[in-house]
Design a binder for this molecule. Structure first.
Ligand code: 13P
Length: 339
């Protein structure tokens, strides 16, 4: 457990974030197609190679989360991704859930699957070099949802996943995401986020999961995208910390927020405001889209534009590092870079 506690502390260290580049094959294909890039295995591989080999990435990221396909692929120089990441000073993470599927008896709600055979898969991933894993549960806010049935099913699965990770010597990133899509208010997001968190930690306690060897990856508390509610970063930060302060035990290794579809700039601005608040746990970022979207757009699937894609990723990682230091200035966003 000592090694896992150390890994968890590394993942949430105050001067690094975690890069989430673990989109499933179908999600990645959608993102490639939307960027005008053919949805092919080689493009998914080349895109991830561009990301992880970004110069100086390990100065801004402690680790990178990949999906099963990438974990088994190789860089052009022949090294397997986890092996190359170790050389680059990055911890290798693996998404191990198999996606959200309709939850029986709960129309419109999902439960994240992937527990069957997970013990064996985790053992294999550990052998391939995984230091940490990720499992994402998704909750939509709507009329009468999320239901207690869905909250209980998803948080129970997260606790079983966390327990199995520890058995395999892998640090679990525990990700309960309350989606920002919809007309719900900031208050509703806050109430649902706190209720999901409370249920999650009750399940984790029941499973006797060592909290100093897990990383919580939640949403920030924001109003729904169609709510029309204008909320500034200080209110978002205050409401986010409020939602978690009586819910997340102090022993928890730390919190790494997801971006959830916020613009790169909004995510960095909100993170900077969050870091200004004193909290019992370390706070950092584990963004996907808010880090990689500009890189994908700059790259365009063109081998001749790899350096442009890497500059775009370096820029967004550096913006969020500035946010961690409390000194992010959106007006200067373009000037930030790693190294
Ligand atoms: P976003 O930051 O794009 O929400 O992605 C984070 C993630 O890991 C989703 O599972």
């Amino acid at each position: 457990m000592k090694d896992m506690t150390k890994t968890a502390a590394t993942l949430v260290r105050s001067d690094r974030g975690i890069l989430a580049a673990d989109e499933s094959i179908s999600t990645m294909n959608k993102r490639l197609t939307a960027a005008g890039i053919p949805a092919a295995e080689e493009n998914r591989r080349a895109y991830r190679e561009m990301l992880v080999t970004t110069p100086g990435l390990n100065e801004g990221a402690s680790g990178v989360i990949l999906c099963d396909e990438t974990f088994r692929q190789r860089l052009r120089d022949g090294r397997a991704f986890p092996e190359a990441m170790a050389d680059l000073g990055l911890l290798a993470g693996i998404k191990v859930d198999t996606g959200a599927r309709p939850l029986a008896g709960a129309p419109g709600e999902t439960v994240t699957e992937g527990l069957d055979g997970l013990r064996e898969r985790l053992t294999e991933y550990a052998g391939l070099g995984a230091a940490f894993a990720k499992w994402r549960a998704v909750f939509r806010i709507g009329d009468g949802v999320p239901s207690w049935r869905s909250v209980r099913a998803d948080t129970h699965a997260l606790a079983r996943y966390a327990c199995l990770c520890h058995e395999a010597g892998i640090v679990p990133i525990v990700e309960p995401e309350v989606l920002m899509d919809g007309p719900h208010t900031l208050d509703q997001c806050s109430a649902v986020t706190a209720a999901v968190g409370l249920t999650l930690f009750s399940e984790l306690r029941d499973y006797e999961v060592a909290l100093d060897a897990i990383v919580l990856k939640p949403n920030m508390v924001v109003p729904g995208t169609e709510s029309g509610q204008a909320t500034g970063p200080h209110e978002i930060a205050a409401r986010t910390v409020d939602a978690f302060k009586d819910v997340v035990p102090e022993q928890t290794a730390g919190i790494a927020f997801l971006s959830g579809g916020q613009s790169p700039d909004a995510a960095a601005t909100n993170l900077a405001a969050l870091r200004k608040i004193k909290t019992p746990w370390p706070l950092t970022f584990s963004f996907g889209r808010a880090l990689v979207q500009p890189a994908l757009t700059a790259w365009r699937g063109d081998a001749g534009r790899v350096a442009d894609g890497q500059r775009a990723l370096s820029n967004r990682v550096a913006c969020n590092l500035a946010a961690l230091r409390g000194g992010y200035r959106p007006a200067d966003a373009k000037s930030y870079a790693l190294t």
